[in-house]
Design a binder for this molecule. Structure first.
Ligand code: URA
Ligand code: SF4
Length: 210
């Protein structure tokens, strides 16, 4: 079978996923990455946050959202009263895709549609395990992975929507909120305004959880 499917254990625990993903050869992205980065968080988390892929720091540490974007995400979650430690955080793609280096840092490249499709079985396994009440999708890659290639963050963000049937997920999250990616906040001309917009969107998710 194509993609990651053959490496995903049946009815896995979180530990089993963390271990099994290291062997995945479902697409070519494993070859330039240090390690795979499985999602992380409590098994009973009510909220799942979905990013794009591990970044430079995550690739080294083996944990999602431990770099600059993760710090923005944590602060924004705290600002709306969500404890970051109670969130399950993961990515559409589990291996870091990068092209060139700038100084010591490797420059991230967005995954292609084929990588996203190849990696989807891992996300399906995580959703089946965590069964969150709701999901927050960060940025265009996460939005497109769930809603398809016509998804645009600017048009969809900040509203509660349904998890689509097209992914064939059993026990999907009861609601979805899409918003911008925290790394886009860091790149914005007006960082404060972009951060405030992220917080305003997350407030909608916080209300849905309460
Ligand atoms: N950006 C993401 O999308 N995910 C991470 O884990 C880190 C940065
Ligand atoms: Fe497997 Fe996903 Fe890594 Fe590709 S990116 S090798 S599908 S874990």
């Amino acid at each position: 079978r194509p993609g990651a499917e053959q490496w995903v254990p049946e009815r896995p625990t979180h530990e089993a996923l963390v271990e099994a993903v290291q062997d995945c050869r479902g697409c070519e992205l494993h070859s330039d990455a240090t390690q795979a980065v499985m999602g992380s968080g409590p098994a009973g988390a009510r909220l799942l946050v979905l990013g794009e892929q591990p970044g430079d720091r995550e690739d080294v540490e083996g944990e999602p959202f431990v770099g600059p974007a993760g710090r923005v995400l944590d602060r924004a979650l705290e600002d709306v009263g969500i404890d970051p430690a109670e969130v399950y955080r993961t990515n559409v793609v589990k291996h870091f895709r990068w092209s060139e280096t700038r100084g010591k840092r490797r420059i991230h490249q967005s995954p292609k549609t084929a990588h996203v499709a190849a990696c989807a079985p891992w996300l399906r396994a995580e959703l089946a395990l965590v069964r969150p009440a709701g999901a927050v999708l960060l940025g265009g890659t996460a939005g497109k992975a769930v809603y398809g290639s016509s998804f645009k963050v600017g048009e969809a963000r900040g509203r509660l929507v349904e998890w689509p049937e097209r992914l064939g997920t059993e026990d999907p999250p009861g609601w979805v909120l899409t918003t911008t990616h925290p790394s886009a906040v860091l790149r914005a001309d007006d960082r404060d305004a972009a951060y405030d917009d992220l917080v305003a969107d997350l407030r909608v998710a916080a209300e849905a959880l309460s």
